[in-house]
Design a protein around this ligand. Structure first.
Ligand code: UDP
Length: 326
């Protein structure tokens, strides 16, 4: 049985990855400092409450377990905050991640898996964006991810460790079994905010800009179901364990505008949702759509929940279960 250490395994994507690895027969160990994570999301594997930059804790963890794979999700991910406070982002997403990676190398971890992002590409030069798209991130968040990708590549050329880098487009949806889902505080993502409005937890949803160069004037994004994302991590880890490192985009290759997402959410929830047309949010590209042709061809990845209906249905089921009593 192989062992995977999942950092950020009490968070949104990390907890879904913990479930996916566990269902494929891996022993799962979760390390999460619970700043943004939720203890109750750790349902698969052993839990350690701590920081990825905690040298002492990492020493003892790597001593206690023979870890084959580190799947690293523990990062700060508020783009706007990263502009206000870059130190916080470089400290956690880069400096502390380097501490973790160094322990992994010292302890003969075979694969280091990294949650990266389409934000490492910056403004799109072509659509859909492939892995060879130039990387020109324009926020400290995107840069912290890009720099860490570089570090990983250098480590893998100099030390006996392989990597898988997964660049996500817009992760959304929730575990179809309803065991885990999205719960950010503060919440900034479009779909959970729309569902908050549908539930009456918020008065409405504000559209950030209606004058983009898109058919309905609102931004287009590529939404990918978190369970499909999690499954891709297992495939990518196995490829790196058995063969070679890899860099893969994860999206559905399909884009939906903010207005289309709102309309779909109205249909799925059967609720009326109050919409306010607001100003653009600084830094938002009009369109972000990823090509996942590489991961499909090389790893045989096939999304099971690719439709926007399925994404919103699972998110809505989770949202009601999680928030209706609060
Ligand atoms: N968005 C919006 N209103 C909101 C939150 C988001 O109009 O309250 C838009 C945002 O400008 C972007 C899209 O929805 O075009 C997705 O935003 P999100 O923050 O979910 O993900 P991002 O694409 O920024 O990673």
């Amino acid at each position: 049985m192989k062992t995977v250490l999942i950092t950020g395994g009490a968070g949104y994507i990390g907890s879904h990855a913990a479930k996916a690895f566990s269902e494929k027969g891996y022993r799962v160990i979760v390390l999460d400092n619970l700043i943004y994570g939720h203890k109750e999301f750790v349902k698969w594997g052993d839990f350690f409450n701590g920081d990825i930059g905690d040298d002492y804790l990492l020493k003892s963890l790597f001593c206690q377990f023979q870890i084959d794979i580190v799947s690293h999700f523990a990062a700060f991910a508020y783009v706007g905050e990263s502009v206000q406070n870059p130190r916080k982002y470089y400290d956690n997403n880069l400096a502390k991640a380097l501490v973790l990676l160094s322990h992994a190398v010292k302890n003969d971890v075979k694969v280091f898996q990294f949650s990266s992002t389409c934000a490492t590409y910056g403004h799109p030069e072509h659509i859909p964006m492939t892995e060879s798209h130039p990387q020109n991130p324009f926020t400290p968040y995107g840069k912290s991810k890009r720099f860490f990708e570089e570090i990983l590549r250098d480590f893998a050329s100099s030390y006996p460790i392989r990597f898988s880098i997964l660049r996500y487009f817009n992760a959304a949806g929730a575990d179809p079994a309803g065991e885990i889902g999205e719960d950010h505080d503060p919440e900034t993502h479009l779909i959970p905010l729309i569902l908050d409005a549908a539930m009456g937890r918020k008065r409405g949803i504000e559209i950030f800009g209606t004058d983009y160069d898109t058919p309905d004037g609102t931004c287009i994004r590529d939404y990918i179901h978190v369970t499909d994302l999690a499954a891709a991590h297992v495939l990518a880890a196995e490829k790196a364990l058995n063969a070679e490192s890899g860099i893969y985009n994860l999206g559905n290759g399909d884009g939906f505008s903010v207005k289309e997402v709102i309309e779909k959410a109205k249909a799925v929830t059967g609720r009326d949702i109050h919409v306010v047309e607001g100003e653009r949010r600084p830094g938002d590209p009009a369109r972000l759509i990823g090509s996942s042709a590489r991961i499909k061809a090389e790893l045989g990845w096939q999304p099971k929940y690719a439709s926007l209906d399925k994404i919103i249905e699972t998110a809505w089921a989770w949202h009601q279960k999680r928030f209706q009593t609060r």
